[in-house]
Design a protein around this ligand. Structure first.
Ligand code: DAH
Length: 346
């Protein structure tokens, strides 16, 4: 039995010497030291020996098993280090290399202009009506009828408004003024809202006109609202948007849904009123349409014009952005030329 043990130990040590990987080590461990391994098989025979032999052979068996275990452990550690080093070498990364640059997008200038204007009005106490309440695909009812636009008004002409084939009375909204009706319908004053959105018109496209653009509508209805409130709010808006008080001019005008109506000019920001190409020599730039909400419009949504009054206004986002940033062609906003857009990173 002693010889058997010596032989197994010899072949185990040889196998260990020839081992070349952690895998080999594991195989040797299973072959010799596991429960069904060769040493255990031999140890089973111990019970048939004399007490004396049991002691000596048992001690030898333990000694050999321990030696083998130590040998396995040393080799294991050696291979583990070696394999780890190889892996680290192979997967080596240079942490000093610069990272991969992913270009981040930024807000489109029309979006940031809209956000800026809307937040000015929010600070003045207006809340926001969005497309959920007042959609781009609209019925004539909201786009015209309820805004006191007569059936035969030229603004309804196919030249100006895009009619859809969805149904007879469905149009792409030609103005955000329909939001006024959505905001008032079924509600009681005070109503104080702005409504930004895209509008569509069947225009020939040129440097000043596109067949869709963006507007921001405003509406304030309450008791005792006067034209003075309208002037105060719009002058404050102009001061905040252009960054300084500038002279304004309220010109009498006509819109079917306001009475009286006005167009508001701001002193030309290019020439300070002296007269230049941008303002066609007049010294003034038109930036807004506005007026006192027509009593007919209030009646239509069930608000008593003898108790309540209000003002409304509408402005073009492209126009306001073009004036602030001295942009001379509206098409630049829609061509997606990165050289243009990149100038508006905030
Ligand atoms: N909706 C008008 C347009 O597109 C602009 C406008 C004028 C809106 C006067 C108003 C207003 O609310 O009171 O030309």
């Amino acid at each position: 039995m002693k010889n058997q043990l010596e032989n197994i130990y010899k072949s185990a040590t040889e196998a260990l010497e020839n081992a070349s990987s952690i895998n080999d080590i594991e195989e040797i461990r299973t072959k010799y030291l596991s429960r069904k391994g060769e040493f255990n098989e031999i140890k089973k025979g111990l019970k048939d020996l004399s007490d004396e032999d049991k002691r000596t052979v048992g001690a030898l068996a333990n000694e050999i098993t321990q030696k083998l275990e130590t040998g396995l452990k040393l080799k294991y550690d050696e291979f583990y280090k070696k394999e780890l080093n190889e892996k680290l070498q192979k997967e080596r990364i240079d942490v000093t290399l610069p990272g991969k640059y992913t270009q981040a997008g930024h807000t489109h200038p029309l979006t940031s202009t809209t956000n800026e204007i809307v937040s000015i009005f929010q600070n003045l106490g207006f809340s926001v009506v969005n497309d959920d309440l007042s959609p781009e695909v609209e019925t004539e009812y909201y786009n015209f009828d309820m805004l006191n636009v007569p059936k035969d008004h030229p603004a309804r002409d196919m030249q100006d408004t895009f009619y859809t084939k969805l149904a007879k009375n469905v149009v792409l909204r030609s103005q955000t003024s329909g939001a006024q009706i959505h905001a008032m319908e079924g509600k009681n004053p005070p109503i104080c809202v702005v409504a930004p959105g895209r509008v569509y018109r069947n225009e020939n496209i040129n440097a000043r006109k596109n067949n869709f653009f963006h507007q921001i509508e405003g509406l304030y209805v309450d008791k005792d609202i006067t034209f003075g409130d309208l002037k105060g709010v719009l002058n404050e808006f102009i001061r905040l948007y252009f960054g300084a008080s500038r002279p304004t001019r309220f010109r009498s005008s006509f819109f079917p849904f306001t009475e009286p109506s006005a167009e508001i000019d701001v002193q030309c920001i290019m020439c300070e009123g002296k007269g230049c190409r941008t303002c066609s020599g007049t010294g003034w730039l038109e930036i807004l349409g506005a007026g006192m909400v027509d009593p007919n419009v209030l009646k239509g949504v069930g608000i008593d014009p003898d108790v309540y009054s209000g003002f409304a206004f509408g402005m073009g986002v492209e126009r306001l952005a073009m004036l602030k940033y001295a942009i001379d062609d509206i098409r630049l906003f829609f061509n997606n030329d990165i050289r243009f857009l990149e100038q508006f990173k905030d």
